[in-house]
Structure formats: C-alpha cells, structure tokens
Design a protein around this ligand. Structure first.
Ligand code: HSE
Length: 405
C-alpha cells in the first residue's frame, strides 16, 4: 500500500479524490499496489462527506508522517506551496503538482533537490490540463533537439475567444461561463492578460532547452484588447484569433512570446477551440508533433495529476525526471522577431491610405462586412522593432494583431 496526501480540496483536489475513487481498481492494478488517500489538507471542514475524517488543517501532521510517501500539491500559488513541497522532498516524499506558478518559479531547484533525494517531483498537470506534454518532453522526445514549441496553453482564453467569435457571446459573459465551469484562475487576470500561458511556455521551454527560462523575461500580451470587430476581419481572412505561447530556437538563442495571433486553417492550432489546448512541438529529428486535449477543468486536470501519482508509485526510490539547469537562459530580444501585422486604423480616407503606403510600402488591404470608417491592412513580414517605429508615425491605430497566415 502507498499512502498519499492531497494538499488543497478545491476544484483540482476534489477532482483528484474523485478520480482515485472512480478508477480505483484499474489505478491500483497499474500501480501494482493499493493507493490509500490518508490525508487531505484544507482550511475548511467537510462535514457529512466521505472525506470528512481525512481532513487535517496542520501540514506538520502530513509531512512528519513517515507512512506518507507521495504528496499531491493542488493548492496553487507560490506560497505556502513552495515551502510545503520543499519540505516534503527534503523528508524523502515524492510530490505531484498541478501548480504552474510553483513549477515556473522553483522548478529547477525542486527538480534538482528531488534528484538528490532520489524522489520525484512531477508536474504533468501544470501545462495543458489533461494533455500529456511534460512526460513526452521528458521521455519520448529526448532523442531530438527541440526547435520550436507553439501552443494554445490557456483554456479560459481559448474558451472566451471561441464563444466570442463563433457564437457572438460578449467577453464578460464568456468569462463568467469559463469561471462557472472551473476553468479560470482565482484571479482571471492571470488568464486574460496571458500570465498563465506565459508561465506554461516558460515551463515547456525550460524543459525543452534544459535551462531556466524566467517567465518575467517573456514578452506577454493577453486578449483584453481583442474585440468583436477583430473577429469580423479574421472571418474575412478565413482566420481565427488565438492566444499563442511560442518559444523558438534561432541560431544559438531562443525567442519566447505570448500574444494573440491570427492563424488560418493551414495552421495546426486553427481547429483547437473551446477549453481545448493544443501544443505543437518541432524536433530536429522527428519533425512536427501535436498534442491536443482538454486544457483546463476539474477532471482532465485531475487525470494528469493522478497519472503522476501512478508514475511516482511505480518509481518509488528512482528519480525519473530530466532536470533543467538553474542557469538562466537569456532570451533573444523579442524586438528582433519578425511577423506580419494586421493593423486597424480608425479612419478611412485617401490621405490615410497614402500615408500607410508611404510608411509600410505594399500592404494587403482587408475589408470586413458591416465595418465602416476604418482602414485595415496586413503588413509584409518585419521585425517587431521596425513595426513599432513605423506604427509610431500613425495616430488612430485601433488595434494590431500579429498574423501567421
Ligand atoms: N486557468 C487555466 C486555464 C487552468 O484556463 O488554462 C489550467 O491551467
């Protein structure tokens, strides 16, 4: 028997308990022994529920119990999660977590520590919800040099963008739906402004490139400026607007960025809608591989956490994770990255057309049904800094979205 404890009985924590219960027999069979949920740490009581007698409020009871071999951390946030996880590893316990903030900030240290202590620090659920992506990067793609990772990494914003563009739902209502379904972060700004996707691309990049990618260094733009008018133009172009997190090798360096992009039906992430996430990985040997599935939500996320518990159980006493160095990977200056840019100007006359053509040269003019008094166009490919310099000469820019068409 293996005793485990779950820290946090919120959306994911209750999902973990549900999955352990629902699939108890097959999980135990796969582990080769029984998983016993000994404790649940939470501030609240849960009287009259099946877990009522497992709930404790003092972490010391769990961490000092030699019978507990695996700790599931699903509280979220950096503290006290970091202190709890570190103490658990130091006491010889493996940890499975869904906490992207924790992994992005302290992943290198916790991986090194778990290697040293011969336990496991596993975090499949921290990126892509239920999609296996950490394990493939850790195991299946290790023959490759990773050249690029591009993904829709946040379920909430993908849900909002899909509802707005396909069903004409307004932003606030779409966000409320995402919150009601348990997709959104406690502070939805983390989803909407791209911070959540930023942490996830930082984790994937650190794992792929073997060095610490600090999420603070990644240029990040969210979806709060995207409007229904942008979707009208996207439709005319046969495109969709998606919040993409990208990191790409360029020579010896790596660019990383999170921003809304217009992509068309040829792009592998075009059909990734609603709460689904999609992650496309390019290796120098394997070429392109795609990972697709539910990117958020109670049970998909719990599925990934419990799979880590199974892995940790099967590998008690053997460290299985590839570590990344705590040495910081200095990202290339994103100003040098090249894109095409879709630009909307809030007036439509000969003078502005002339000015745009003087500044940007040849552009692709875009019209949208029912949109008047605007001039919209797509530039040729140019570096971010060149675009910024040119755009500074134009007043009345209503919006700009990077384009991969
Ligand atoms: N808020 C996150 C999302 C949860 O919407 O993707 C899963 O990490």
């Amino acid at each position: 028997m293996v005793n485990i404890a779950v820290l946090g009985y919120g959306t994911v924590g209750s999902g973990v308990v549900e999955v352990l219960d629902l699939n108890r027999d097959s999980i135990n069979k796969r582990c080769g022994r029984e998983i016993n949920l000994k404790y649940i740490l939470d501030l609240k009581e849960f009287p009259g529920t099946p877990i009522e007698h497992k709930v404790v409020h003092d972490y010391n009871i769990i961490v000092n119990d030699p019978e507990v071999q695996i700790i599931v951390e699903v509280m979220g946030g950096v503290e006290p999660a970091y202190s709890f996880v570190k103490e658990a590893i130091l006491k010889g316990k493996s940890v499975c977590t869904s906490n992207k903030e924790l992994v992005a900030k302290h992943g290198a240290e916790l991986l090194a520590l778990s290697k040293e202590r011969n336990v496991n620090f596993l975090f499949e659920a921290s990126v892509g919800g239920g999609i296996p992506i950490i394990r493939p990067l850790n195991q299946s793609l290790t023959a490759d040099e990773i050249e690029e990772i591009t993904g829709i990494l946040n379920g909430t914003t993908n849900y909002i963008l899909t509802k707005m563009s396909e069903e004409g739902v307004d932003f606030e209502s779409a966000l409320k739906e995402a919150q009601a379904k348990g997709y959104a972060e406690r502070n939805p700004e983390a989803d909407i402004e791209g911070y959540d996707a930023c942490r996830k691309i930082a984790i994937l990049s650190s794992l792929a490139f073997g060095m610490q990618v600090d999420f603070e260094d990644i240029y990040t733009e969210g979806i709060s400026k995207i409007t229904d008018v942008d979707f009208k133009y996207a439709k005319e172009l046969g495109a969709r607007v998606k919040l993409l997190g990208t990191s790409r090798k360029e020579g010896e360096g790596v660019y990383a960025m999170v921003a809304p992009m217009m992509i068309n039906a040829n792009h592998p992430l075009y059909c990734v809608n609603d709460v689904f996430n999609g992650i496309s990985v390019r290796g120098n040997v394997i070429g392109d591989v795609m990972f697709y599935g539910s990117g958020a939500g109670k049970l998909p996320t719990a599925s990934a956490v419990v799979a880590d518990v199974v892995d940790a159980t099967k590998h008690l006493g053997t460290n299985i994770m590839t570590i990344w160095s705590s040495k910081k990977l200095d990202l290339l200056d994103v100003k040098k990255a090249s894109h095409r840019f879709f630009v909307r100007i809030g007036k439509d006359n000969e003078e502005i057309k002339e000015k745009v053509s003087q500044i940007f040269g040849r552009v692709q003019v875009v019209k949208a049904k029912d949109v008047t008094n605007e001039y919209a166009f797509i530039t040729d490919s140019m570096a971010e800094e060149e675009y910024s310099e040119k755009a500074a000469n134009l007043t009345d820019i209503v919006s700009m979205i990077r384009v991969r068409l």
